[in-house]
Ligand binder design. Sequence first.
Ligand code: MN
Length: 500
Amino acid sequence: MNMKKFDVWFVTGSQHLYGEETLKQVAEHSKTIAKALSDSKQIPANIVYKPVVTGPEEITKLCIEANTTEQCVGLITWMHTFSPAKMWIAGLNALHKPFVHLHTQYNRDIPWSEIDMDFMNLNQSAHGGREFGFIGTRMGKNRKVIVGFWQDEDVLNSLETWMRSACAWHDLQGAKIARFGDNMREVAVTEGDKVEAQIRLGYSVNAYGLGDLVTVINEVTDAETDRLISEYEDAYDLVKELHPDGEQYAALRDAAKIELGMRRFLEDGNFKAFTTNFENLHGMRQLPGLAVQRLMADGYGFGAEGDWKTAALVRVMKVMSTGLQGGTSFMEDYTYHLDPKGMKVLGAHMLEVCASIAEGKPRLKIYPLSIGGKNDPPRLVFNAKTGPALNACMIDLGNRFRIIVNAVDVVPLGAPLPNLPVARVMWSPKPNLNIAAAAWILAGGAHHTGFTQALTTEHMEDFADMAGIECLIIDENTRFPDFKKELRWNDVYYFMQRGI
Ligand code: MN
């Protein structure tokens, strides 16, 4: 994915009151800022300067145009002067794309010895931005407000984060998610209202019989399989059982065929994410493990056991993290290390952890899989890089969706884990395991997550705001009594907000 294919419009609000000369200056200043953003290495999307808007018709026209411009993912709005905000009502009512309010000023410093009324009339963002802010709040519009000088790193960071979320939101609209089989039987949190998800979040989820996938897998040729296996040989350390003369080579060929078949199915159907279910493998020789790991590494969202909400969320996180250091994967809180000196979580899954989070070259191994009653699947086994990371999940509470995010630190393993047949990550949750796990559980957080070493809680918050859904952050500032209150207050707020 290349974010430069997405446009963010730089829109400056003003009015006619000041005369042509001032408006010309406003336009010049806007162009300068738009160009600086465009040239900044930090800004991932393409910045498009839009002529200064000075009246309600223009504003409305621009907002409608933004809605219908495919590559436009959102608007940066800036009030250099004063733009009476009733002019914005029709436009903001029509606007369906996310917007950020950049509350900045062209001049960083007050020119102490020269400042006169002309300067004041030109540089009046301090109150022009408040007028614009009022109408956003009056209309109940979710938007991010970024305050500071437009060249400051903090401002650019915040804009970058918002822009990444806007690209992910854009990518999600109309996205198709394929479910191979349905839900793991009796599991609750992976279920949910797919119609509501499509209304609120823009993506559609549809199930496919395993036979449809198996048909495509069976069409894979030996020559294609050979080519893919040589790719495996280049990318990974293969254990000797998986070499051409090894006793498990046939299982590797099966895995390669599954990958080629799944890839073709997903490409032909233009899917962005998918789910599998180990209870639903009719006609397949093994649970897709390596295939899922590699498809995730190529940007597909994934959820195991039919978990379509996590599949969509992993896709969102993959898009947001495009080009950043650090990987993103489907994840599960697997087992605990409850040493009071430092309680930690060992994260993993049966097979399906994305090698984008791997430290070093992954090993391609084969182990028995005690679940599912199929042949042993090859899988990539590796440790993750240490450093800051986060886990995020999305749940369906029946009356709304909720995102829960926990900031964590990936820490070294206590020792090598020679008998553990899966990729693994060890983390220490913030503020500590006691509070983090209790808060997560009371919030109804899932056992499946999207795990990332590329994003921050701010990315997830920005995304939730665009989607208009609840977002709970568990981090170093989380205190238990406050968190419990937030849960109760949010129940009321979202109930009221939705109405009947
Ligand atoms: Mn699972």
